[in-house]
Write a protein of this length. Sequence first.
Length: 204
Amino acid sequence: MDAALLHLTEQARACRICRDAPLGKPLPQEPRPVLMPSSTARILIAGQAPGTRVQASGVPFDDRSGDRLREWLGVDRDTFYDTDRFAILPMGFCFPGLDAKGSDLPPRRECAPAWRKPLMDLMPQIDLVLAIGLYAQAWHMGDRRAASLSETVARWRDVFADRLPRRVVPLPHPSWRNTGWLKRNPWFETDLLPHLRAEVAARL
């Protein structure tokens, strides 16, 4: 990692904005920013925010969702966590807490305005963004995304053809909660995943 990106990453990992100067209620636990920037990787995994297991381990996608995501990409754990090959930058760096129903809250609103553009500016070599979920798609695609996540992902061919300025593949979250969505949309496995794996393999 080059010096400028390393310095900014260290600053981001020390961030306490959501506790000390929050937009709304402060983070309900001690902040633990989780991110893996890279000066060499061509692929960026733009996720939502860490879950409870990632909050505990400090390792992004260190859970069942990560297992499914690695299957989607056609890579093993060692490749996935090789920062020469993948950068991982969620929309929210810390676990945001749980709502009344026990589901993860949305990514904290403080992270992206404070950190995302400066970090992306120091990773110009990224030429493929895997935009996982609504929040990542909103940031990386802007008004080019559709009204719903399902429609955005269904339009993946058009999205990929538009450089945006980087190539983007919109994805649903690999959470087990989306198993029903995957069953209702078999084209995701038959059409999108082979393309995704080919694009990933070409950059590894």
